[in-house]
Write a protein that binds this ligand. Sequence first.
Ligand SMILES: [Zn+2]
Length: 425
Amino acid sequence: MLDIILRGANLPDGRENHDIAIADGRIAAVEPALKAEAAREIDVRGRLVTPPFVDAHFHMDSTLSLGRPRLNESGTLLEGIALWSELKPHLEVETIKARAHELCRWAIARGSLAIRSHVDICDDELLAVEALLEVKREIGPFLDLQLVAFPQDGFLRHATARENLLRALDKGVDVVGGIPHFERSMAEGARSVAELCEIAAARGLPVDMHCDETDDPLSRHVESLAYETQRLGLEGRVTGSHLTSMHSMDNYYVSKLIPLMRAARLHVVANPLINITLQGRHDSYPKRRGMTRVKELMAAGLNLAMGHDCVMDPWYSLGSHDMLEVAHMGLHVGQMTGTAEMGACFEAVTVNAARVLGLEGYGIEPGCNADLVVLQAADPIEALRLKPARLHVLRRGRVIAETPPVAATLYTGQAPSSVDFGRPD
Ligand SMILES: [Zn+2]
Protein backbone atom coordinates (compact mmCIF):
# COMPACT_ATOMS: atom_id res chain seq x y z
CA MET A 1 0.00 0.00 0.00
CA LEU A 2 1.20 3.49 -0.88
CA ASP A 3 1.60 6.25 1.71
CA ILE A 4 0.03 9.13 -0.23
CA ILE A 5 -1.50 9.73 -3.65
CA LEU A 6 -1.91 13.28 -4.96
CA ARG A 7 -4.84 13.03 -7.40
CA GLY A 8 -5.14 15.13 -10.55
CA ALA A 9 -2.01 17.29 -10.43
CA ASN A 10 -0.87 19.79 -13.04
CA LEU A 11 2.91 19.53 -13.47
CA PRO A 12 5.37 22.35 -14.24
CA ASP A 13 6.11 20.89 -17.70
CA GLY A 14 2.45 21.30 -18.73
CA ARG A 15 1.18 17.75 -18.12
CA GLU A 16 -2.29 17.87 -16.57
CA ASN A 17 -4.43 15.61 -14.40
CA HIS A 18 -1.64 13.26 -13.29
CA ASP A 19 -1.62 11.22 -10.10
CA ILE A 20 1.55 11.20 -8.01
CA ALA A 21 2.07 8.12 -5.83
CA ILE A 22 4.40 8.23 -2.83
CA ALA A 23 5.94 5.35 -0.88
CA ASP A 24 8.83 5.26 1.60
CA GLY A 25 9.65 8.93 1.12
CA ARG A 26 10.02 8.67 -2.64
CA ILE A 27 7.86 9.16 -5.72
CA ALA A 28 6.64 5.72 -6.82
CA ALA A 29 4.64 6.68 -9.92
CA VAL A 30 3.48 9.69 -11.95
CA GLU A 31 0.68 8.83 -14.36
CA PRO A 32 -2.95 9.63 -15.24
CA ALA A 33 -5.73 7.70 -13.45
CA LEU A 34 -3.45 5.56 -11.31
CA LYS A 35 -5.20 2.42 -10.08
CA ALA A 36 -3.86 2.04 -6.57
CA GLU A 37 -4.74 2.79 -2.96
CA ALA A 38 -2.94 4.82 -0.37
CA ALA A 39 -3.21 5.58 3.33
CA ARG A 40 -4.04 9.16 2.38
CA GLU A 41 -5.32 10.69 -0.83
CA ILE A 42 -5.14 14.42 -1.48
CA ASP A 43 -7.33 15.94 -4.19
CA VAL A 44 -5.15 18.43 -6.11
CA ARG A 45 -7.25 18.68 -9.28
CA GLY A 46 -6.39 21.83 -11.23
CA ARG A 47 -3.51 22.64 -8.87
CA LEU A 48 0.14 22.98 -9.83
CA VAL A 49 2.38 20.49 -8.01
CA THR A 50 6.05 21.39 -8.20
CA PRO A 51 9.29 20.18 -6.69
CA PRO A 52 10.17 22.57 -3.85
CA PHE A 53 11.51 26.06 -4.32
CA VAL A 54 15.26 26.33 -3.85
CA ASP A 55 17.10 29.47 -2.78
CA ALA A 56 20.57 29.47 -4.34
CA HIS A 57 21.82 32.57 -2.50
CA PHE A 58 21.01 33.68 1.02
CA HIS A 59 22.56 35.17 4.18
CA MET A 60 21.25 33.21 7.16
CA ASP A 61 23.62 34.78 9.72
CA SER A 62 22.17 38.27 9.33
CA THR A 63 18.54 37.46 8.52
CA LEU A 64 15.75 38.89 10.72
CA SER A 65 18.25 41.20 12.48
CA LEU A 66 16.49 44.27 11.06
CA GLY A 67 16.87 47.32 13.31
CA ARG A 68 19.84 45.93 15.28
CA PRO A 69 21.74 47.95 16.27
CA ARG A 70 19.96 50.52 14.07
CA LEU A 71 18.16 50.81 10.71
CA ASN A 72 19.95 51.33 7.38
CA GLU A 73 18.92 54.99 6.92
CA SER A 74 20.30 55.39 3.38
CA GLY A 75 19.25 51.92 2.22
CA THR A 76 22.60 51.48 0.45
CA LEU A 77 24.94 48.48 0.16
CA LEU A 78 27.85 50.29 1.82
CA GLU A 79 25.79 51.40 4.84
CA GLY A 80 24.52 47.82 5.04
CA ILE A 81 28.08 46.45 5.20
CA ALA A 82 29.00 49.11 7.83
CA LEU A 83 25.89 48.25 9.86
CA TRP A 84 26.72 44.54 9.76
CA SER A 85 30.22 45.38 11.14
CA GLU A 86 28.53 47.25 14.01
CA LEU A 87 26.28 44.30 14.75
CA LYS A 88 28.94 41.56 14.51
CA PRO A 89 30.62 42.17 17.91
CA HIS A 90 27.22 41.72 19.61
CA LEU A 91 26.26 38.45 17.96
CA GLU A 92 25.70 35.34 20.07
CA VAL A 93 25.28 31.74 18.95
CA GLU A 94 21.83 31.41 20.49
CA THR A 95 20.39 34.56 18.90
CA ILE A 96 21.81 33.68 15.47
CA LYS A 97 20.32 30.21 15.80
CA ALA A 98 16.92 31.48 16.90
CA ARG A 99 16.68 33.90 13.98
CA ALA A 100 17.90 31.30 11.47
CA HIS A 101 15.40 28.72 12.71
CA GLU A 102 12.57 31.24 12.44
CA LEU A 103 13.62 32.04 8.86
CA CYS A 104 13.68 28.31 8.04
CA ARG A 105 10.12 28.03 9.38
CA TRP A 106 9.08 30.85 7.03
CA ALA A 107 10.88 29.17 4.13
CA ILE A 108 9.20 25.79 4.78
CA ALA A 109 5.77 27.45 4.95
CA ARG A 110 6.56 29.03 1.55
CA GLY A 111 7.60 25.66 0.09
CA SER A 112 11.35 26.43 -0.01
CA LEU A 113 13.10 23.24 1.13
CA ALA A 114 16.73 23.96 0.19
CA ILE A 115 18.80 27.08 0.83
CA ARG A 116 22.45 27.89 0.09
CA SER A 117 23.53 30.43 2.69
CA HIS A 118 26.75 32.39 2.82
CA VAL A 119 28.18 32.73 6.32
CA ASP A 120 30.62 35.51 7.21
CA ILE A 121 33.92 34.02 8.43
CA CYS A 122 35.68 37.32 9.25
CA ASP A 123 34.76 37.04 12.96
CA ASP A 124 37.72 35.26 14.61
CA GLU A 125 35.43 33.34 16.97
CA LEU A 126 33.42 31.96 14.03
CA LEU A 127 30.22 32.25 16.06
CA ALA A 128 27.98 32.41 13.00
CA VAL A 129 29.70 29.33 11.56
CA GLU A 130 29.12 27.41 14.82
CA ALA A 131 25.50 28.56 14.98
CA LEU A 132 24.62 27.74 11.37
CA LEU A 133 26.34 24.34 11.42
CA GLU A 134 24.07 23.48 14.35
CA VAL A 135 21.00 24.84 12.52
CA LYS A 136 21.98 22.82 9.44
CA ARG A 137 22.00 19.62 11.51
CA GLU A 138 18.80 20.43 13.40
CA ILE A 139 16.73 21.52 10.39
CA GLY A 140 18.14 18.77 8.12
CA PRO A 141 15.07 16.50 8.25
CA PHE A 142 12.95 19.33 6.80
CA LEU A 143 15.23 21.59 4.78
CA ASP A 144 18.66 21.23 3.12
CA LEU A 145 20.89 24.05 4.33
CA GLN A 146 24.18 24.40 2.46
CA LEU A 147 26.82 26.79 3.83
CA VAL A 148 29.38 28.92 1.98
CA ALA A 149 32.47 30.28 3.79
CA PHE A 150 32.15 33.96 2.93
CA PRO A 151 34.98 36.45 3.67
CA GLN A 152 32.70 39.52 3.85
CA ASP A 153 35.60 41.94 4.60
CA GLY A 154 37.84 40.53 1.86
CA PHE A 155 39.91 37.32 1.67
CA LEU A 156 43.19 39.22 1.23
CA ARG A 157 42.04 42.56 2.67
CA HIS A 158 41.02 41.20 6.08
CA ALA A 159 44.01 40.02 8.12
CA THR A 160 42.59 36.74 9.46
CA ALA A 161 40.21 35.83 6.64
CA ARG A 162 42.37 33.09 5.10
CA GLU A 163 42.97 31.32 8.40
CA ASN A 164 39.30 31.66 9.40
CA LEU A 165 38.07 30.42 6.04
CA LEU A 166 40.21 27.28 6.29
CA ARG A 167 39.01 26.70 9.87
CA ALA A 168 35.38 27.07 8.73
CA LEU A 169 35.93 24.50 5.97
CA ASP A 170 37.58 22.15 8.50
CA LYS A 171 34.46 22.44 10.66
CA GLY A 172 32.25 21.28 7.80
CA VAL A 173 31.21 24.36 5.80
CA ASP A 174 30.36 23.04 2.33
CA VAL A 175 31.42 25.66 -0.22
CA VAL A 176 34.31 28.14 -0.75
CA GLY A 177 33.14 31.77 -1.05
CA GLY A 178 34.81 35.05 -2.00
CA ILE A 179 34.28 38.73 -2.73
CA PRO A 180 36.96 39.80 -5.25
CA HIS A 181 35.46 43.24 -6.00
CA PHE A 182 35.88 44.17 -2.31
CA GLU A 183 39.64 43.46 -2.25
CA ARG A 184 42.00 46.47 -2.34
CA SER A 185 42.80 46.36 -6.05
CA MET A 186 41.73 44.61 -9.24
CA ALA A 187 44.99 42.63 -9.06
CA GLU A 188 44.29 41.47 -5.50
CA GLY A 189 40.73 40.62 -6.52
CA ALA A 190 42.06 38.38 -9.29
CA ARG A 191 44.60 36.82 -6.90
CA SER A 192 41.84 36.10 -4.36
CA VAL A 193 39.85 34.29 -7.04
CA ALA A 194 42.90 32.16 -7.96
CA GLU A 195 43.78 31.28 -4.37
CA LEU A 196 40.19 30.49 -3.35
CA CYS A 197 39.68 28.26 -6.40
CA GLU A 198 42.93 26.47 -5.52
CA ILE A 199 41.64 25.82 -1.99
CA ALA A 200 38.41 24.41 -3.47
CA ALA A 201 40.30 22.23 -5.94
CA ALA A 202 42.58 20.85 -3.22
CA ARG A 203 39.60 19.98 -1.00
CA GLY A 204 37.21 18.82 -3.71
CA LEU A 205 34.66 21.52 -2.82
CA PRO A 206 32.38 23.74 -4.91
CA VAL A 207 32.95 27.51 -5.22
CA ASP A 208 30.35 30.28 -4.96
CA MET A 209 31.61 33.85 -5.01
CA HIS A 210 29.97 37.20 -4.64
CA CYS A 211 31.47 38.48 -7.86
CA ASP A 212 31.38 41.96 -9.39
CA GLU A 213 28.49 43.16 -7.20
CA THR A 214 29.07 46.69 -8.43
CA ASP A 215 28.02 49.09 -11.20
CA ASP A 216 31.64 49.41 -12.37
CA PRO A 217 31.73 48.12 -15.97
CA LEU A 218 35.44 47.39 -15.52
CA SER A 219 34.86 45.05 -12.58
CA ARG A 220 35.65 41.85 -14.49
CA HIS A 221 36.43 39.26 -11.85
CA VAL A 222 33.95 36.87 -13.44
CA GLU A 223 36.50 36.60 -16.25
CA SER A 224 39.08 35.43 -13.68
CA LEU A 225 36.51 33.09 -12.16
CA ALA A 226 35.88 31.44 -15.55
CA TYR A 227 39.63 31.28 -16.23
CA GLU A 228 40.53 29.69 -12.86
CA THR A 229 37.61 27.25 -13.19
CA GLN A 230 39.05 25.90 -16.43
CA ARG A 231 42.68 26.05 -15.27
CA LEU A 232 41.86 23.91 -12.23
CA GLY A 233 39.34 21.59 -13.90
CA LEU A 234 36.43 22.83 -11.75
CA GLU A 235 33.89 23.01 -14.60
CA GLY A 236 30.30 22.70 -13.35
CA ARG A 237 31.29 23.23 -9.69
CA VAL A 238 31.66 27.02 -9.68
CA THR A 239 28.99 29.70 -9.23
CA GLY A 240 29.23 33.44 -9.87
CA SER A 241 26.72 35.25 -7.67
CA HIS A 242 25.30 38.71 -8.44
CA LEU A 243 27.53 39.60 -11.48
CA THR A 244 25.78 43.00 -11.52
CA SER A 245 28.67 44.74 -13.31
CA MET A 246 27.67 42.73 -16.39
CA HIS A 247 24.62 45.02 -16.60
CA SER A 248 26.96 47.98 -17.21
CA MET A 249 29.64 46.31 -19.33
CA ASP A 250 30.41 47.14 -22.92
CA ASN A 251 28.49 44.84 -25.31
CA TYR A 252 31.58 43.94 -27.30
CA TYR A 253 33.38 42.70 -24.18
CA VAL A 254 30.31 40.74 -23.06
CA SER A 255 30.20 39.02 -26.46
CA LYS A 256 33.62 37.58 -25.58
CA LEU A 257 32.88 36.98 -21.90
CA ILE A 258 29.68 34.91 -22.08
CA PRO A 259 31.22 32.15 -24.24
CA LEU A 260 34.13 31.94 -21.76
CA MET A 261 31.65 31.55 -18.90
CA ARG A 262 29.80 28.91 -20.91
CA ALA A 263 33.01 26.99 -21.60
CA ALA A 264 33.76 26.97 -17.85
CA ARG A 265 30.18 25.76 -17.20
CA LEU A 266 29.73 28.47 -14.57
CA HIS A 267 26.44 28.63 -12.72
CA VAL A 268 25.05 32.14 -12.31
CA VAL A 269 22.85 33.47 -9.50
CA ALA A 270 21.03 36.78 -9.91
CA ASN A 271 19.37 38.30 -6.83
CA PRO A 272 16.69 40.53 -8.37
CA LEU A 273 15.14 41.97 -5.18
CA ILE A 274 18.52 43.11 -3.91
CA ASN A 275 20.15 44.03 -7.23
CA ILE A 276 17.24 46.30 -8.22
CA THR A 277 17.36 48.14 -4.89
CA LEU A 278 21.12 48.37 -4.22
CA GLN A 279 22.63 48.96 -7.67
CA GLY A 280 22.53 52.17 -9.69
CA ARG A 281 22.67 54.31 -6.55
CA HIS A 282 25.34 56.63 -7.95
CA ASP A 283 23.32 57.33 -11.10
CA SER A 284 20.96 60.23 -11.68
CA TYR A 285 18.94 59.54 -14.88
CA PRO A 286 18.96 57.34 -16.85
CA LYS A 287 19.35 55.03 -13.86
CA ARG A 288 20.84 51.57 -14.34
CA ARG A 289 18.93 48.57 -12.98
CA GLY A 290 21.92 46.48 -11.93
CA MET A 291 20.60 42.95 -12.49
CA THR A 292 22.94 40.77 -14.54
CA ARG A 293 22.08 39.80 -18.13
CA VAL A 294 19.65 37.03 -17.25
CA LYS A 295 18.05 36.62 -20.67
CA GLU A 296 21.34 36.57 -22.55
CA LEU A 297 23.03 34.17 -20.12
CA MET A 298 20.08 31.77 -20.31
CA ALA A 299 20.05 32.01 -24.11
CA ALA A 300 23.76 31.11 -24.15
CA GLY A 301 22.98 27.92 -22.23
CA LEU A 302 24.28 28.85 -18.79
CA ASN A 303 22.47 27.50 -15.74
CA LEU A 304 20.93 30.59 -14.11
CA ALA A 305 19.15 30.67 -10.77
CA MET A 306 17.59 33.52 -8.81
CA GLY A 307 18.25 33.93 -5.09
CA HIS A 308 16.54 35.80 -2.27
CA ASP A 309 19.85 37.05 -0.76
CA CYS A 310 18.31 38.89 2.19
CA VAL A 311 15.21 39.00 4.38
CA MET A 312 14.87 41.76 7.00
CA ASP A 313 18.59 42.41 7.55
CA PRO A 314 21.05 45.33 7.24
CA TRP A 315 20.74 45.27 3.44
CA TYR A 316 17.03 44.68 2.87
CA SER A 317 14.12 45.50 5.17
CA LEU A 318 11.47 43.48 3.36
CA GLY A 319 10.71 39.89 2.36
CA SER A 320 9.21 36.72 3.84
CA HIS A 321 11.30 34.15 1.98
CA ASP A 322 8.87 33.77 -0.90
CA MET A 323 10.86 32.55 -3.92
CA LEU A 324 7.92 33.44 -6.19
CA GLU A 325 8.38 37.07 -5.14
CA VAL A 326 12.02 36.73 -6.25
CA ALA A 327 11.11 35.23 -9.62
CA HIS A 328 8.32 37.82 -10.07
CA MET A 329 10.81 40.66 -9.58
CA GLY A 330 13.38 38.96 -11.83
CA LEU A 331 10.78 38.58 -14.56
CA HIS A 332 9.94 42.29 -14.43
CA VAL A 333 13.47 43.66 -14.17
CA GLY A 334 14.67 41.31 -16.93
CA GLN A 335 11.64 42.10 -19.13
CA MET A 336 11.03 38.36 -19.40
CA THR A 337 7.35 38.54 -20.28
CA GLY A 338 7.43 36.06 -23.19
CA THR A 339 5.61 32.80 -22.44
CA ALA A 340 8.78 30.67 -22.46
CA GLU A 341 10.66 33.39 -20.56
CA MET A 342 8.11 33.36 -17.74
CA GLY A 343 8.51 29.59 -17.53
CA ALA A 344 12.27 30.10 -17.36
CA CYS A 345 11.85 32.45 -14.38
CA PHE A 346 9.90 29.72 -12.55
CA GLU A 347 12.73 27.28 -13.30
CA ALA A 348 15.25 29.82 -11.94
CA VAL A 349 13.82 29.31 -8.44
CA THR A 350 13.22 25.56 -8.77
CA VAL A 351 15.19 23.19 -11.01
CA ASN A 352 18.02 25.58 -11.99
CA ALA A 353 18.63 26.49 -8.35
CA ALA A 354 18.62 22.80 -7.42
CA ARG A 355 21.35 22.33 -10.02
CA VAL A 356 23.43 25.12 -8.40
CA LEU A 357 23.23 23.31 -5.05
CA GLY A 358 23.86 19.93 -6.68
CA LEU A 359 20.75 18.45 -5.02
CA GLU A 360 20.23 14.75 -5.63
CA GLY A 361 16.82 13.17 -6.10
CA TYR A 362 15.19 16.49 -7.04
CA GLY A 363 12.23 16.42 -9.45
CA ILE A 364 8.86 14.81 -10.17
CA GLU A 365 9.83 11.44 -11.59
CA PRO A 366 9.62 7.93 -10.13
CA GLY A 367 12.56 7.47 -7.77
CA CYS A 368 12.91 11.16 -6.87
CA ASN A 369 12.52 12.31 -3.26
CA ALA A 370 8.86 12.92 -2.42
CA ASP A 371 9.54 16.62 -1.78
CA LEU A 372 6.59 18.44 -3.34
CA VAL A 373 4.63 21.66 -3.09
CA VAL A 374 0.94 21.99 -4.02
CA LEU A 375 0.10 25.55 -5.05
CA GLN A 376 -3.22 27.37 -5.25
CA ALA A 377 -2.50 28.02 -8.94
CA ALA A 378 -3.00 26.08 -12.15
CA ASP A 379 0.42 26.50 -13.76
CA PRO A 380 3.81 28.21 -13.31
CA ILE A 381 2.70 31.48 -14.92
CA GLU A 382 -0.33 31.73 -12.64
CA ALA A 383 1.97 30.94 -9.72
CA LEU A 384 4.21 33.88 -10.71
CA ARG A 385 1.18 36.14 -11.12
CA LEU A 386 -0.44 35.31 -7.79
CA LYS A 387 2.39 34.20 -5.47
CA PRO A 388 -0.36 31.91 -4.15
CA ALA A 389 -0.85 29.87 -0.98
CA ARG A 390 1.29 26.76 -0.61
CA LEU A 391 -1.60 24.42 0.15
CA HIS A 392 0.56 21.41 1.08
CA VAL A 393 4.33 21.13 1.48
CA LEU A 394 5.70 17.57 1.52
CA ARG A 395 9.16 16.47 2.59
CA ARG A 396 10.16 12.83 2.00
CA GLY A 397 6.49 11.96 1.63
CA ARG A 398 5.27 13.63 4.81
CA VAL A 399 3.13 16.78 4.91
CA ILE A 400 5.17 19.32 6.91
CA ALA A 401 3.24 22.54 6.21
CA GLU A 402 -0.22 23.53 5.04
CA THR A 403 -1.91 26.83 4.22
CA PRO A 404 -5.67 27.04 3.56
CA PRO A 405 -6.74 28.31 0.12
CA VAL A 406 -7.13 32.07 -0.03
CA ALA A 407 -10.50 33.43 -1.14
CA ALA A 408 -12.31 36.68 -0.52
CA THR A 409 -16.05 36.84 0.05
CA LEU A 410 -17.83 39.75 -1.60
CA TYR A 411 -21.18 41.20 -0.56
CA THR A 412 -21.76 43.28 -3.66
CA GLY A 413 -24.64 41.27 -5.16
CA GLN A 414 -27.86 39.79 -3.93
CA ALA A 415 -25.98 36.83 -2.46
CA PRO A 416 -22.39 36.64 -1.17
CA SER A 417 -19.90 35.58 -3.84
CA SER A 418 -16.29 34.55 -3.74
CA VAL A 419 -13.10 35.61 -5.55
CA ASP A 420 -9.87 33.59 -5.66
CA PHE A 421 -8.14 35.45 -8.51
CA GLY A 422 -7.94 32.29 -10.69
CA ARG A 423 -8.24 32.55 -14.45
CA PRO A 424 -11.95 33.06 -15.43
CA ASP A 425 -13.44 30.08 -17.34
ZN1 LIG B 1 24.89 37.86 -0.99
